[in-house]
Design a protein. Structure first.
Length: 168
């Protein structure tokens, strides 16, 4: 990363670093020496939750990302499933814009780079619930999350979830 990247992804990098410090503190106190966790993945999960949260819970998730300052809200525009243009206000838009852009940048391998990031996101939810279309649109748009409804009352649902993770 160069200085330009740090300026462009500053909040996202701050969130990943903050999450890394929190995770390190938790792991040091767990007594388990053989545990690996990705601060980037944990940050993306919290950011995805942030998209669907409201009120005080949403504010606490923002604090968990170790971000300070006033949240920025932007109007975002997209096409819905009926191919109609929609617009809505996205709270904490700056972290979603930067984090999703950072992850996409890291997934593009350039000649001479030593690694390639591969990350998949999936959301499994009980099909008896209806997900808010605003949340669904945003989680797909920002984090390329695959959304799958399941019948959690059937025993086979657990098998499907485990199988899905192994196939990613």
């Amino acid at each position: 990363m160069n200085l330009k990247d740090i300026e462009e992804y500053g909040l996202a990098l701050e969130a990943v670093f903050g999450m890394g410090l929190r995770l390190q503190a938790i792991l040091e106190n767990s007594g388990n020496e053989n545990f690996v966790v990705s601060p980037l993945s944990a940050t993306v999960i919290v950011a995805q939750l942030l998209l669907g949260a409201e009120g005080e819970f949403r504010d606490k998730l923002y604090e968990l990302l170790s971000l300070s300052g006033h949240p920025q809200h932007y109007n975002i525009h997209y096409y819905n499933k009926d191919k109609k243009n929609e617009s809505s206000t996205l709270p904490y838009a700056h972290i979603h814009l930067q984090l999703s852009s950072l992850v996409k940048k890291l997934q593009k391998k350039k000649t001479g780079e030593l690694f390639t990031l591969r990350q998949s996101n999936a959301l499994f939810y009980n099909e008896s619930f209806e997900l808010n279309s605003y949340f669904k649109n945003n989680i797909i748009m920002f984090y390329d999350t695959e959304i799958t409804p399941l019948d959690f009352n059937k025993d086979t649902s657990r098998y499907v979830i485990l199988r899905r993770f192994y196939l990613l």
